[in-house]
Design a protein around this ligand. Structure first.
Ligand SMILES: [Zn+2]
Length: 211
């Protein structure tokens, strides 16, 4: 049987991309150029939460693990994409129907992927995970949760949902572009940069549908 192709679910980093309010935008500058220096050499500045990125426990937990200490198995291996039709939020009642199991890596595809993620401006009313939904995921002891907008929590109410997940050692990946992905089981490869002491990092994330 032919092996399915990898699907890139990463946003392209560019200086015109949307960033979370107040975050340092992505900016790339050519420090040396072929014309003057016989080589190209660029440097970038950015928040570590720009584009498709991960939150480590240290993002909201004092003395929590930093991104460089993430076990590789957190984001490499089988994962489940669950489609959420609710246009407002991901609710515990919906999650309870999904047979979510201990150790699973769960990525939520919502209308964010097709309607909000690539808007030219930040959009406040994206689909988010409710506090009860976060509690339920903790009770199921999952390993990783992903979402297709810049935060997993409701805009303006970041703290509780992030703290609930990160204090239970559930790592978070945000701004996944799941527009080309359907519900089902996938192989996931999603690796953050190994930045010492960082609360987050951009990632390159790819999915391949399991046969
Ligand atoms: Zn983040």
């Amino acid at each position: 049987m032919p092996i399915n192709p990898w699907i890139d679910v990463t946003l392209t980093l560019s200086s015109d991309m949307v960033v979370w309010r107040g975050d340092l935008p992505f900016y790339i500058r050519k420090k040396q150029s072929m014309e003057k220096d016989k080589m190209n050499l660029s440097e970038v500045t950015m928040s570590v939460h720009v584009g498709t990125h991960m939150d480590s426990p240290l993002h909201f937990i004092k003395d929590g693990l930093s991104i460089d200490r993430m076990p590789i198995t957190t984001t490499v291996g089988p994962s489940r994409v669950i489609c959420i039709k609710d246009r407002e939020s991901i609710k515990a009642d919906e999650l309870k129907k999904q047979d979510i199991k201990n150790g699973q890596r769960i990525l939520f595809k919502t209308i964010n992927s097709t309607e909000h993620l690539k808007r030219p401006q930040f959009y406040e009313n994206y689909v988010y995970l409710t506090e009860e939904g976060a509690d339920y995921l903790v009770s199921r002891k999952i390993t990783l949760v992903g979402i297709d907008y810049y935060s997993i929590a409701q805009c303006g109410k970041s703290e509780t949902v992030h703290k609930t997940l990160l204090s239970a050692n559930i790592w978070i990946v945000e701004s996944l572009d799941l527009s080309e992905v359907s519900e089902g089981n996938y192989d996931l490869v999603c690796l953050p940069l190994k930045i010492a002491g960082s609360d987050g990092s951009p990632v390159r994330a790819i999915l391949r549908k399991l046969q």
